[in-house]
Design a protein around this ligand. Structure first.
Ligand code: MG
Length: 312
């Protein structure tokens, strides 16, 4: 356990959200930059990316941490689709892929309007099977988290992949660097992080004049976004991955740990960690454990909450 780990309770109710008697536990360390945690309930295993090492890792309570895939085309965010298949964003392949049980890879998205994507970062699937993903340039800005290349699109879009036609449509075109994203349980609100204040591994300095916030959108007909508004400015650092629980609370990454905000943007509390957090996911037996990808390590915290996706 990392001795610096602790909790900050801003609203009393937060003490009922997390087990504040038990400090966050460091499950494993030794990576360079962990990302994309995803839980497999049937094997009680967490998969995650270690992007600069170009590998995917696996962890479970019995076996500990080990390599799952190396090389891994610099994968970043992962989800499981409605059939349980692993769906991944690849910086290296500049695409979104589905990995079948026999190891076969299906390409879900790699081009828009004939141009290669930048480097898909994070993704989410709605109940209709559509995949929504962000496409910032972190995987092509240098060769630390992918293969350095020029952007063909020249814009960092948020896309939706139609479940019936596989067609990509742009759902947001005004982000600096769109990153993590998550829907409310009823899929009527989509939250999208903008991590523009961090340029990436090649230039990790903080530009306070650039976005470091989460925006909320109304989802129209399950296909388009409307009514963009600022949900919260994240300090310190930037928001990367985030999750929404069944009651609409937003759990987001930040430089000092994981922050929990109510649907009206009120800060309820923080899980403070000694490493910069990139992403998180709900999992574990019963689905109430939060697994946190934080720089070189994975941490875990017991909660009383469930991911909004668990209602679908
Ligand atoms: Mg990310």
């Amino acid at each position: 356990m990392a001795p610096e780990a602790s909790y900050q309770i801003a609203e009393d109710a937060f003490a009922g959200f997390v087990d504040t008697d038990t400090l966050p536990e460091q499950l494993c360390t030794g990576c360079i930059w962990t990302e994309g945690p995803v839980w497999f309930d049937e094997t009680e295993t967490l998969l995650f990316s270690d992007i600069p090492n170009n590998r995917m890792m696996q962890w479970n309570r019995v076996a500990g941490a080990s390599e799952f895939l190396n090389p891994a085309e610099f994968t970043n965010g992962h989800i499981r689709d409605h059939d349980g298949h692993l769906v991944s964003c690849e910086h290296g392949g500049r695409r979104v892929i589905r990995r079948l049980a026999d190891g076969t890879v299906e390409v879900i998205a790699d081009k828009y309007d004939g141009k290669r994507l930048n480097s898909p970062n994070d993704l989410v699937m709605t109940s209709d099977g559509a995949i929504w993903f962000t496409d910032p340039p972190y995987g092509i800005a240098s060769s630390v988290e992918g293969y350095e290349a020029k952007s063909e699109l020249g814009v960092n879009y948020v896309f939706r992949v139609d479940p019936d036609t596989s067609e990509l449509t742009i759902v947001a075109d005004d982000f600096d660097k769109p990153n993590g994203l998550a829907f409310s349980a009823d899929e009527k609100i989509l939250y999208i992080a903008d991590s523009g204040a961090i340029n990436g591994a090649s230039d990790p300095g903080f530009n306070a004049g650039a976005p470091h916030h989460i925006r909320a959108f109304d989802v129209v007909d399950g296909r388009t976004l409307a009514n963009s508004r600022l949900f919260v400015d994240i300090k310190p650092g930037v928001p990367d991955g985030l999750r929404v629980d069944t009651e609409g609370f937003v759990w987001t990454s930040a430089a000092d740990g994981v922050h929990c905000y109510a649907p009206d943007s009120t800060l309820y509390g923080k899980i403070l960690l000694p490493e910069v957090v990139a992403n998180l996911t709900f999992g574990g037996p019963g689905g109430t454990t939060i697994f946190i990808a934080a720089s070189t390590s994975i941490y875990t915290v017991a909660t009383t909450r469930h991911d909004a996706k668990s209602t679908r």
